[in-house]
Write a protein that binds this ligand. Sequence first.
Ligand code: ATP
Length: 238
Amino acid sequence: MTALLEVEDLRVAYGKIEAVKGISFSVEAGQIVTLIGTNGAGKTTTLRTLSGLLKPLSGKITFDGRPLNGIPAHKIVELGLAHSPEGRHIFPRLTIAENLQLGAFLRRDPAGIAKDIERAYERFPILGERRRQPAGTLSGGEQQMLAMGRALMSQPKLLMLDEPSMGLSPIMMQKIMETISELKAQGTTILLVEQNAQAALSLADHGHVMEIGKIVLSGTGQDLLVDESVRKAYLGED
Ligand code: ATP
């Protein structure tokens, strides 16, 4: 079986600084794959490149059987690759309903869009209750739900989540992680970038540890959770 996403020897630089130094990994349909690693490891750069926001120096990205190199960002969304960015980037003055609507900006099926907005409200009841309020009034965790709901509005084949647990209370974080599991159970394929290695590896089918632009270790989520070097470096154990 060919993977839904295949990344081969990807290199990305900001000017002379090479942030991603030749990484390869794949995501099979139906899986959760996570990239973990400390600040500056190159995780966000990887997602932004997959989304078409950054141009790679070299390497090959194949999504759903098509090469993505050179394809503009909006086309990549259309092909089914959605990105919920670090820091959420919701529109605080627009209502929750309007934010969700924006996630469907490439779609031309009003009935389908309305149905998917209702699904988002079922999935995240708080968004339904507050649909007419400005999104800026939501708490951090609720804004994360909105960012995920908005990314899902493009009906993605692959959802990329960048640090969904960032800045959340432990309870909220737990809730977001449960939501990610539910999305998987409903058939969404997920590429998850997290600094919270424990949470991400617990959910993931496969994980890759990134350090200064390289993948230094790969394995199943469970294997990495019990790996001694991972436990020392990322799970705060001596
Ligand atoms: P974080 O969790 O902090 O986002 P990360 O693993 O996602 O970490 P990146 O944000 O991809 O890491 O950063 C990788 C490297 O690229 C870092 O050295 C960072 O300083 C550098 N970098 C990121 N964005 C830029 C930019 N716009 N211009 C120059 N260098 C950048």
